[in-house]
Design a protein around this ligand. Structure first.
Ligand code: ZN
Length: 153
């Protein structure tokens, strides 16, 4: 603790953001956009198949092991575990297949989703880098030990 620390602004408590409502809203909109263009539906109506899949996604999301701070579903590693392999594939197909249309009909939401997706990429990159650094450090330490052993002979 330095004597200067008391002059620094106090740290704000970490705010826990509830990502759930935004994520649900985004998925609902994306399903709407997809179903309207692929299954010829209109307004709030979705075809029976999309309605069923959407209902599954919504229920499963409530049981997300990450809780309210969850990452976005279409970039999550657990999609197949949460939704089941077949439904995960359909879900991901709808989410990625409607990206362009989402940008046209709900630009703000699409941009925010894109940013969240980039955030996931960045977090994954950081995580991979951390592991990579650890491996490299271990390798370097092993090499050093080997060299020391050689030198001591
Ligand atoms: Zn549909």
């Amino acid at each position: 603790m330095s004597i200067f620390s008391r002059f620094l602004p106090k740290r704000k408590p970490v705010e826990i953001k509830n990502n759930m409502p935004k994520e649900k809203e985004n998925i609902k909109k994306t399903f709407g956009v997809y179903c309207h263009s692929h299954h010829d539906t209109k307004g709030d109506k979705l075809c029976p198949k999309c309605t069923a899949l959407l209902a599954t996604v919504m229920t499963k999301m409530n049981r997300c092991p990450y809780g309210i701070t969850k990452p976005i579903c279409d970039r999550c590693d657990r999609t197949a575990i949460c939704f089941g392999a077949k439904q995960a594939q359909e879900f991901l197909g709808i989410m990625s297949g409607s990206q362009k249309r989402m940008f046209l009909s709900h630009p703000m939401m699409a941009i925010k989703h894109k940013l969240a997706s980039m955030g996931v990429d960045y977090a994954k990159y950081q995580q991979a880098k951390k592991i990579d650094d650890k491996v490299k450090a271990k390798e370097a330490a092993a090499k050093k030990r080997a060299k020391e052993r050689k030198d001591s002979k």
